[in-house]
Structure formats: structure tokens, C-alpha cells
Design a binder for this molecule. Sequence first.
Ligand SMILES: C[S@@+](CC[C@H](N)C(=O)[O-])C[C@H]1O[C@@H](n2cnc3c(N)ncnc32)[C@H](O)[C@@H]1O
Length: 403
Amino acid sequence: MAESKLDIIITQDKGRCFVVNQHVSQGEIVFICQPYGIVPFVITKDFICANCICIPKERTSSNKMIECRQKCHHTFYCSDQCEQHDWDKFHKYECSFLDKIFEIGFTNYILTYTRQIMRMLTLRFYEIMNKSCVSKFEDVWKLCSNYEKFTMKTKDEYEAVAKILTEYVLTQLVPHLTSGDMDFTRMVYSFLPDRADVEKLSINVSNSWINTMTHTYSISSDACKQLLFKIYILICIEEINSFFLTTFLFDGWTQSCSKYAVAVYPQASFFNHSCSPNLGRFFIEKDGDTFRTGDIVFFAMRSLEKGEEACITYTNLEPELYIQELVDTSEIIKSQAKRNERLKEIFLFDCNCVRCINESKGILDSSFVTLVKEFKCSKTDCTGWLIPTVDDCKICEACGSSP
Ligand SMILES: C[S@@+](CC[C@H](N)C(=O)[O-])C[C@H]1O[C@@H](n2cnc3c(N)ncnc32)[C@H](O)[C@@H]1O
């Protein structure tokens, strides 16, 4: 990672971790990263541009947005140029298949991540088609999958999504890649690279599904299974490593922020979690001189010494108990247990950060007390946190006021 302030080390309890390789001052920008496979949330798709992911100033209805040329009603755009760009690069492959995915009856959450993985597969296709030497898919493929830790219910859900996306690759993408020197089956094998956890995966795929696929697409059952297993692992990777893009533009600064898009930021995926993190983050909502829409910016909420692990939070910071004047011990214990349960369910680990250790004993954590004092917006009712500005000041991400 050239000129980076971060190095990667491996530890037994957390796997790969980012540590800073120099002193970092409070407020300093530590890392900026671009998204891979960014898509709007299904519930915001009618008013977020599916190409540039810009957020309109006011929540406009879909009739003010530009439809896709096939009027599929799954993507909308802020301009004709965005429609053209998305069509040429991605949507001409995805458009007809999106109907099939939306008809299955998946929840909005499943639909959103299915679309996102579909986009990552189309990007992979685009990279193969254009023989892109800078393969960003390889960066996604290095991320952890935690494939063995998901519950049976989640495994069944991922299997259903992997099946439909296997069909997507077989019908919409691989046929465009096969030519005289590369036959269909070989392309199916090589579409996604090999990976050790794919070999260890055990999914009981029904024979009837395999038979249908092998007859319909004239490929071997082994090639079909390999592709299915690789896509299953890609789903696990996405679920463990994705970031939700959030904004206060929809519901205002007295409400919690709304999720409007989802993306993987492959270079940022080695940040581990702490409930009292030393890094904060914000998303760029509009192109500027330094940043592009969708970029994620990480900054130091405390100063860090060389060799210290840089952590972010995977959940809401939940400062409420720290803002109240008197807090009951049992309330602190209960809220820590609830937060840990959520982390375990979604990210599959037990949090042992200093805040969790203190709160599990009913004590408010002093590092988080400082964080709230220094970074929580002090405006009454505002739910936002402060972020750094270009001129070394702080501004509230939600209401825009300065302390
Ligand atoms: C986005 S990845 C972070 C990078 C990861 N450590 C790796 O090796 O690729 C998220 C995963 O890292 C691990 N992780 C993150 N924060 C952790 C923490 N505080 N304690 C234990 N494991 C953690 C969990 O396995 C989690 O699912």
C-alpha cells in the first residue's frame, strides 16, 4: 500500500488488522477509498441515480428521474449520460435478469445484496472482457468470508441467492466471453478464481437443480457446482465486508441517518471493530476537487501512536447512556449485551473492546466518555457526529453546525 499510513498485521484473535505506521493526530485523514460494486438500496432505488449514486437535494419521486431505456423500473438515473454509461457498462447485461430476481419474493434486504453481488459479477465480467490489468476483483477476492460461521437459516438463504446468480452468470455473462479459443465450460471454471475456502465448502445442492442446469447450459455438473460454490463465497464476503452509505438528507438531523446505498471498499476491509473506535468515517455525497461521490474517508477521532491498531465501528455508536446524567448499572449491562448480540449475529465475533469490558461490569467507559465529549454534536436533538473539514475545523455531519 504505497504512501499509506496503514500497514496490515495478522493477529490470532482478529485475523488481519490495520495498524498505523506513523504518529497520527486527531482529525487527520488516514485513508480514502473508492467503492467496488456500489448500488442503491432497493427502497431508495427510485430516487438515487443507479450510475453515479448521487442524492437529489430533495427526495424526488421516480417520475422526475430518467428511466432505463427498457423501462425495467429497477434503475433510475439523474441524467441521460448516466443512463447511457450504466447501460453500456452494466445494465444491458443486468436489465432483463433483474425482473427474474425481483419476482422471487426476496425481502428488500436480500434483494439489495443480491443486486450488489450481481454488480460485482458484472464488474468481474467487464474486467475479463477488457483484459483490465488493474483487476480490482482480485482485491475483493482476498477478503475474509467467515463462511463456516453462518447459521443454517442464513446458509439456506445464501444458497438460494447463489443459485439465481449462477444462472445470471451462465445466461448473461459467460456466453459473451466464449470464443474459438475458450470453450463455455472452461470459461465457467475460470470466471471466478480458485480459493481455499471454496474447496472446504459443503452445500447439499439438489440433484434436480444440477440436472436442470447441466441440461440447459450443456456444462458438467462439476463446473456448475464450482461456480455456485464460488458465488456462495462471494455472498459471504459481501455480507462480512460491505459498508452501508448513509445520509441525513432524507429525514433531517433529528432522526437517525438513512441507508441509501451499499458497496464493498476492498482496501478498507481490514479495519476491525471497536465500540470505542479511534477512527471515524464519512461518505462523499458530491464530486469535488479531492473526492468523488461514493468515496469513503477515514479520519482519526483520537491521536494514534505508531504501531497502534486503527479500528472503526461496525454499528451505531449508541451514545445515549453517555449523554444522560444518571445511568442505572443494569441499563449499561443490558445495552452492552444487546450490542454484542448484534455484532455476533451480523459479523460473527464476540467484541472484547475496552468499552465492552467496562460496560459488561456496569461501568461507563472513560475512552468513550471522551469520544462523546469531543465528537458528538452538542446541538440539542441533533443525532450527528462531528467530522473534520479541509481547514482543520470540525463540522456536524448531520446539521452542519460547528462546535
Ligand atoms: C471486515 S473484516 C475485518 C478484517 C478481518 N480481520 C480480516 O482478517 O480480513 C470483519 C471480520 O473481522 C473480524 N473482526 C473484526 N473486528 C473484530 C474484533 N473486534 N474482535 C474479533 N474479531 C473481529 C471478524 O471475523 C469479522 O467478521
